[in-house]
Design a binder for this molecule. Structure first.
Ligand code: PRP
Ligand code: URA
Length: 209
């Protein structure tokens, strides 16, 4: 069974509260999401292995540390996952970025695929899937399945707000994928929106409503 990491750092919680407020506009919403993604990135990458390398400082030679092994890929689920990419890229500038396009059908709430472009060597990378909202879990599960079809076997899911049913779905369908969230909210409403949540993340990022 995968692990669920709730990243409850006070600065993340404070920024998330501002994002939740209905009066927060798109500019602030985007900036806060970027900042939170950077902060969450510390935890998502906390266990990356290090290796020793020999370098010279201006003073003397030394054995120092650098990140070893597999490189990273950031894969946002369009559209809202895009809002978390820049923060993670600030932390890991060499990470490659793939894109998976999914939207939820308004009636059925089932994800519909419309785009997929991944780095050629994605199967050899640690993949961080980003999406602020983990609601029914359908979109995240489909995105992870698409990555597994491309041979990925080291995947982490990074969301902002989740509900228990979405977490349970990912854990059932993809027990190898650890989930990182800033908050676990109460439930889904009749339109499969997270309650209390923060509304429609994509619309708030891009100002489409
Ligand atoms: C939202 C959100 C997730 C999905 C979560 O995307 O960004 O991708 O819904 O819901 P689920 O867990 O029930 O699948 P949406 O379909 O609204 O598309 P958008 O990001 O383009 O607005
Ligand atoms: N997608 C969103 O953007 N918000 C929700 O609450 C649920 C799905």
């Amino acid at each position: 069974m995968s692990q669920v990491h709730v990243i409850d750092h006070p600065m993340i919680q404070h920024k998330l509260t501002i994002m939740r407020k209905k009066e927060t506009g798109s500019k602030d919403f985007r900036e806060l999401l970027k900042e939170i993604a950077l902060l969450m990135g510390y935890e998502v990458t906390r266990d990356l292995p290090l290796e020793d390398i020999d370098i010279e400082t201006p003073i003397c030679p030394m054995t120092a540390k650098e990140v070893a092994g597999r490189k990273l890929a950031i894969v946002p689920i369009l559209r809202a996952g895009l809002g978390m990419v820049e923060g993670l890229q600030t932390l890991v500038p060499v990470a490659k970025v793939g894109h998976i396009g999914l939207y939820r059908d308004e009636q059925t709430h089932q994800p519909v695929e419309y785009y997929c472009k991944l780095p050629e060597d994605v199967d050899r990378r640690l993949v961080i899937v980003t999406d602020p909202m983990l609601a029914t879990g359908g979109s995240a599960c489909d995105a992870i399945a698409m990555l597994k079809k491309r041979g990925c076997n080291n995947i982490r899911l990074m969301c902002l707000v989740a509900v228990p049913e979405g977490i349970a779905k990912v854990q059932t369908m993809h027990p190898d994928v650890d989930i990182y969230v800033a908050a676990i909210d109460d439930h889904l409403n009749e339109n499969a929106y997270i309650v209390p949540g923060l509304g429609d993340a994509g619309d708030r990022i891009f100002g489409t409503k």
